[in-house]
Design a protein around this ligand. Sequence first.
Ligand SMILES: Cc1cc2nc3c(=O)[nH]c(=O)nc-3n(C[C@H](O)[C@H](O)[C@H](O)COP(=O)(O)OP(=O)(O)OC[C@H]3O[C@@H](n4cnc5c(N)ncnc54)[C@H](O)[C@@H]3O)c2cc1C
Ligand code: HEM
Length: 391
Amino acid sequence: MSADSLKISAPLPTVPVSVVKGRELVRLIRESFAAVEPKADELAQYFYGALFAVAPDCRDLFPASMANQRSRLLRALVYVVQMVDRPDELVTFLSQLGRDHRKFAVVSRHYDAVGVALLAALKRFLKEKWTYEVESAWQTAYGLIAKTMRAAAQAETGPAWWAATVLEHRKLTRDVALVKVRTEGLLPYRAGGYVSVEVPQRPRLWRYFSPANAPRGDGELVFHVRAVPGGWVSGSIVNHTRPGDVWRLGPSMGVLNVRPTTTKRRLLMIAGGTGITPMLAILDDLARWKRNPPVHLFFGGRRPEDLYAYDDLRRFAATAPWLTVTPVTEEGALAGGDRGTLAHAVTQRGVWRDHDVLVSGSPPMIQATIAKLLAHGVELERVAYDPFTLD
Ligand SMILES: Cc1cc2nc3c(=O)[nH]c(=O)nc-3n(C[C@H](O)[C@H](O)[C@H](O)COP(=O)(O)OP(=O)(O)OC[C@H]3O[C@@H](n4cnc5c(N)ncnc54)[C@H](O)[C@@H]3O)c2cc1C
Ligand code: HEM
């Protein structure tokens, strides 16, 4: 469908935003989205057509060829809107996301355009299910989300992104590369956070990566990037990055961190695959403190060769009496390690109720691990993880 064929005009529909609230609002959103989900591809096409018709200048913010990648914005929007019943976590995330969106050159009026396009697409595909209450629910939820993102973006005075020159690129394994960059000007971040990255080989395709080092005031960030099969950006970074390339980095995001002043309890860290990188940054930070809480790190992967950072971790642990590292593999085994999933290994090895817990890895691994920890008596408020991430 071409943008020209659309007859959509701002402003947003005029339903009062306070008609539905709380659980009812979330129920209406989830049920109505479930009804259009089988047509998600067509909905996405209509959404982008509508967006570019309402605000043609938005087109340049998106990747040149949208057919080549799934609809990241729409997927994200729907995902986030369905979380509106978790306002405390959402506000932190949305504020970070709003500041991060400045890297796309998103401006305030684009939020209205996206709202119009979203509601127009839903209306079109929900047909008779697009009731007054459903419209009100989506409008309320989108309105709250956009307000939080917009406010955070407007309050931010720092750069929208930082240029960073690649200093080093080397393979750690066949499919994992280490890339060291140095930013022009300091990008403030806390060990355990993540930043979005755009590389010159893949313009406008930003992806998140977690620095594996703590900030040291020299502007250097080290990334470990795994090439995922069929991945647009990761493969390019692993195979085609060269020293001298200039990357763009967005502002730091995320909730994983350990503060020297407030951390009194023992720490349990659980990391799958390249989810180890924020833990490496935190350990790098901890190594500089005078006194550390005892830390037990479980590092998991499918096969022993997936635990690419294990040898370094073992060497580090030999000099850090406060650190214990347990490798966990699903196939094959490492000396002193456990077999099985991380969730299983961690809960078999001990009782963790008196620990603060940090979890990092793929969304299914995070979900499975936290579910198992909760079933073993760990309180959710003791568990830190980045809850709203998409691949
Ligand atoms: C908070 C956060 C921190 C991250 N930190 C790191 C990091 O430090 N190092 C790192 O290597 N990656 C990290 N990632 C993953 C990274 O952002 C990209 O998602 C990944 O590199 C794939 O991008 P792509 O463009 O190559 O794949 P895409 O073109 O986006 O996807 C191609 C295909 O690969 C699948 N896919 C996407 N991601 C993965 C994955 N991780 N595993 C398996 N299949 C996948 C997709 O479903 C799709 O089918 C992080 C992600 C998040 C959300
Ligand atoms: C208000 C709610 C919004 C939410 C919850 C949201 C969320 C997200 C998320 C999570 C991503 C993927 C992460 C990333 O690539 O950085 C994304 C991508 C993007 N968003 Fe937003 N966004 C919102 C509004 C907007 C608006 C108003 C614009 C401007 C038109 C915009 C433009 C983009 C672009 C250009 C991308 C990259 C798309 C791609 O790579 O295909 N977003 N958004």
